[in-house]
Structure formats: structure tokens, C-alpha cells
Design a protein around this ligand. Structure first.
Ligand SMILES: O=c1ccn([C@@H]2O[C@H](COP(=O)(O)O)[C@@H](O)[C@H]2O)c(=O)[nH]1
Length: 287
């Protein structure tokens, strides 16, 4: 019996997708207020229709999607079934799925979270997962290990887009670094071997908000991608990206949820909104 082919690492697949479709990530966040604005009920039928509309309109043209798990979980098992179908359909259309579930726990529980999202064949199998390192970076080890084996990636919360994040992420650790800087350093170490082997991008990314202003005091050159939420509803714009990220801007995956979704339910309007953001990103960062 032949062994299953080793999948290409997430970082390499992400760079390819960014080159082919542009770096924009569209978040799928079915807020109750958006369901209402789309003329849908805040129930499982509304959630299904909303999600199907976004997938059908954008799956073949956007590089990365970031479903926000919370908005599906609030409908229980039937909401998760909608998320499973959307994840599979997006991937089948050639897009990458970053599951925004922000998981983080002690290592033995983290292993179960890793199985949920990063084990091939799992119902919610995704290309990458957002994780929280604030139980200690080492607690993420089972997810790092399974991501490597499965050709998946992680996005570790380093410097989040919300103003409250600074209380934790800019606090100083015993070695004098901020916690955010320490997380970036862990990721650089994680990506080093992959980059040394010639991969154009490591598989272990950081979440760094586009809302944060000048970040030149942080070493953002981790060798991996930088997922940048905060564009649109939270006030950042694609034009801010070069000033926020400096030379690391070429590794940024700018993420927009409500800024695109508020243009639905018309598919052409959703496509036009995503296209406008993609054009603005291109104008700001080149490519
Ligand atoms: O630092 C972070 C990390 C994650 N998020 C998530 O991204 C989207 C943002 O939605 P918008 O509608 O574009 O504001 C949402 O799912 C957040 O949970 C973030 O905003 N900041």
C-alpha cells in the first residue's frame, strides 16, 4: 500500500495562493445584525443562507477565508454543520481556510483542539487555526507538531487589533521583552527550518492588528505570515499597512470581515467590495 503523499507546507501553499489571487483574507462573521441587514432570520436557516451566499460569491476568487467559529458555535451542532460544509466547499474551490477559533489550553487539551482542526479527515479540518499562547507558548506544542505533520499552519495571537490587548501583549516578561515580542521570537524559531529548506514563507504566523500604528519597535520578520485583522469596521485601511508593518508588509495577509459582508446579500456587490479591498491592498503594498 502506498503511503499518502506528504502535503505541501501551509506557508508554501499560502504564498502560492497570495501570488495567484492576491493576499486579501475575507472573514466570514455572520453577526446577528448582519443577518438582519440581509433580511434573514437569526436562526439556522438564516445562518445557512448567509454562509452559502458568501461562499458562492467569493470562493473562486479570494485567496484566504477566515470563518469566525463563534458565530457558528452559537447555533450549536447545526451551526457547526454549516461551518463544516462551508470549510469543505471553500477548500474545494481552491481557497485556504484559516479557522478563527483562538484555541489555547494545557497541552493535553490542546492536542484535542489540534485533532479537531488540523487532523486530515476531521469534520472541521482547515488549512490553519488561530491559537492563543497565553497559557504559555509551550502549551501549543501539540498543535505545532500536528500542523507540521499535516501541512497546516497556525496563527498565534501576538499583537491583537483590539485596544485591550496591550495590557497583556505589551506587558514585560522576566527577560525584559514584551510578551508580544516574545511570541514573535518563538514564531521566528518555528519557521527557521522551513525557510532554510527554501520555503518562500513559514507555516507559523502571527496575528498582528492593522489598527496598531507604528510597530517598528517589534521584529515582525518571523519568516511566517502576518494575519492582519482590523481593516474596515475597526477603522484601519489598506493604506495603513506599509506604515504599520514596514518591510514585513509583503508577508501580510490583510483580513476584512464586516467591511465586505455589509455589502451583501447581493453576490455582485459582495464581489465588488472584495475587489475594491484587493485593489486598495495592491495599491498600498504593490504586487
Ligand atoms: O486581533 C484580532 C484577532 C482576531 N480578530 C477577528 O477578526 C475579525 C474582525 O472582524 P471585522 O468585522 O473585520 O472587524 C473578527 O472575527 C475578530 O474576532 C480581530 O478582530 N482582531
Amino acid at each position: 500500500m502506498t503511503a499518502p503523499a506528504t502535503p505541501a507546507p501551509f506557508g508554501a501553499r499560502l504564498r502560492r495562493a497570495m501570488d495567484a489571487r492576491g493576499p486579501l483574507c475575507v472573514g466570514i462573521d455572520p453577526h446577528a445584525s448582519l443577518l438582519d441587514a440581509w433580511g434573514l432570520a437569526d436562526d439556522i436557516a438564516g445562518l445557512t443562507s448567509f454562509t452559502r451566499t458568501v461562499v458562492d460569491a467569493l470562493a473562486d476568487r479570494v485567496a484566504v477565508f477566515k470563518p469566525q467559529s463563534a458565530f457558528f458555535e452559537r447555533f450549536g451542532s447545526r451551526g457547526l454543520a454549516v461551518l463544516e460544509d462551508a470549510t469543505a466547499d471553500l477548500r474545494a474551490a481552491g481557497a485556504l481556510v484559516v479557522m478563527d477559533a483562538k484555541r489555547g489550553d494545557i497541552g493535553s487539551t490542546m492536542a484535542a483542539y489540534a485533532d479537531t482542526y488540523l487532523r486530515p479527515g476531521a469534520p472541521l479540518f482547515s488549512d490553519a487555526l488561530t491559537v492563543s499562547p497565553y497559557l504559555g507558548y509551550g502549551s501549543l506544542a501539540p498543535a505545532v507538531e500536528l500542523a507540521r505533520a499535516s501541512g497546516c499552519g497556525l496563527f498565534v495571537l501576538a499583537l491583537t487589533s483590539n485596544p485591550e490587548g496591550a495590557e497583556v501583549q505589551r506587558a514585560t516578561a522576566a527577560d525584559g521583552r514584551t510578551l508580544g515580542a516574545a511570541m514573535l521570537a518563538h514564531l521566528a524559531a518555528e519557521n527557521a527550518a522551513e525557510r532554510a529548506a527554501g520555503s518562500p514563507l513559514g507555516s507559523f504566523g502571527a496575528v498582528v492588528g492593522a489598527t496598531l500604528g507604528d510597530l517598528s519597535s517589534f521584529d515582525l520578520a518571523t519568516g511566517g505570515p502576518l494575519l492582519a485583522p482590523g481593516i474596515g469596521a475597526q477603522g484601519a485601511t489598506p493604506a495603513d499597512l506599509p506604515a504599520v508593518f514596514g518591510p514585513a508588509v509583503r508577508d501580510v495577509v490583510p483580513s476584512v470581515s464586516r467591511g465586505v459582508l455589509r455589502h451583501g446579500p447581493d453576490a455582485a456587490a459582495l464581489r465588488a467590495a472584495a475587489e475594491r479591498y484587493a485593489d486598495e491592498v495592491r495599491a498600498a503594498v504593490g504586487g
